[in-house]
Design a protein around this ligand. Structure first.
Ligand SMILES: Cc1ncc(COP(=O)(O)O)c(C=O)c1O
Length: 353
């Protein structure tokens, strides 16, 4: 506390990101980053932009990047919004689209940034419990509300909804914004992007942090009806005209140009996820079905927090949430197969002890 803080700042409970340790030689499976480097063209493009042009402001509208994203998805540039990571894109959507007189609805177990934005912007919200098997039941989202937001696949469970369920939700809530946060969609979940033409209330957010190996560059985007995008632009231009710098724009454009690399790495991660899940089963773990680049798994008898600590002693970090219903689960990011093998070996050793 500081006496100069206003009441809003005093009342905040900020999001706590996963640990980014400075220690070398850690197997880092805690924040759902990609274990593979960015596409080779990305680094070349960033280097190419690191020149005297940095004295100039970047394009405030990041037109080149919007064009690249629009072309990738078969949309118009006016249906694309870009920001400093999808977290910033989400923040603008909360402020400009999801803040309504009626409460916003989202799952009780979900991305923990959502309630943080609600408190920051004074948005009333109600959480909807996941079913016992941790699935989202879209029927529970019917009835009057100010908007709906959910990740698909959900975080930290990894469980995905089929497109038919997203469409049912859009049909049930035609008069409020339905935001589908697709941070992890490229790891085997159906995207709602193709519903955009039919549902002017659908906003889809995605990120370059996960499937495009660029968490360090901070680029995210939203796709939706041009009217929704214009609303986001109004918020952005009332906050920061230049959320993406020259290096980020150049790197992100190059990431969309290399489709082959994107396909290869995402398919490798999906294969590694299945391989890891199979290797953990004989050790006594049960993992929820995952459509993401992580698995959410619990052990039959051993305490999750204890397992997390024991892994940490062996220089392997995974994420644990001390939260009702999920306190016996570990969220494990899919690494390279070698990293996954180290994890399995460490778990086998811990469980034998
Ligand atoms: C569900 C979900 N949405 C959004 C984000 C934000 O991603 P970024 O700001 O890196 O684009 C994350 C990050 O972990 C996430 O888990």
């Amino acid at each position: 506390m500081n006496r100069f803080w206003n009441d809003t700042v005093r009342g905040l409970s900020p999001y706590v990101p996963g640990e980014q340790p400075r220690i070398a030689n850690l197997v880092k499976l805690n924040t759902n980053e990609n274990p593979y480097p960015p596409a080779p063209g990305v680094l070349a493009a960033i280097r190419g932009e690191a020149n005297e042009s940095l004295r100039r402001y970047p394009d405030p509208n990041a037109e080149l990047l919007k064009a690249a994203i629009a072309a990738h998805f078969g949309l118009l540039a006016s249906q694309v919004f870009v920001g400093n990571g999808s977290d910033e894109v989400l923040a603008h959507a909360f402020f400009g689209l999801l803040k309504q007189p009626a409460p916003l609805r989202f799952p009780d177990i979900t991305y923990s940034f959502y309630p943080v934005y609600c408190r920051l912007y004074g948005i009333a919200f109600e959480t909807v419990p996941l079913a016992a098997d941790f699935t989202v039941q879209v029927a529970d989202y019917a009835g009057r509300c100010g908007g709906v937001i959910l990740p698909n696949p959900n975080a930290p469970t990894g469980r995905a909804l089929p497109l038919s369920a997203i469409e049912a939700l859009l049909r049930a809530q035609p008069d409020v914004v339905v935001l589908v946060d697709e941070a992890y969609v490229d790891f085997g979940t159906e995207s709602a992007v193709r519903l955009i033409e039919r549902y002017p209330n659908l906003l889809v957010t995605q990120t370059l942090s996960k499937s495009r190996s660029l968490a360090g560059l901070r680029v995210g985007y939203a796709l939706g009806d041009a009217g929704l995008i214009e609303g986001l632009e109004r918020v952005k231009n009332s906050f920061n005209s230049y959320p993406l710098d020259r290096l980020a724009i150049a790197g992100a454009v190059a990431a969309f140009e290399d489709r082959d690399y994107f396909e290869r790495t995402r398919l490798q991660i999906i294969a590694s996820r299945e391989r890891l899940t199979q290797a953990m089963t004989p050790l006594g773990f049960t993992a929820l079905p995952s459509g993401a680049n992580f698995v959410f798994a619990r052990h039959a008898t051993r305490d999750a927090a204890d397992l997390q600590r024991a892994l940490r002693e062996r220089r392997i970090i995974v994420r644990h949430f001390a939260q009702p219903r999920i306190e016996q689960y570990l969220r494990i990011t899919i690494g390279t197969d070698d990293e996954c093998d180290l994890l399995v070996a460490a778990l086998a050793e811990i469980l034998a002890g």
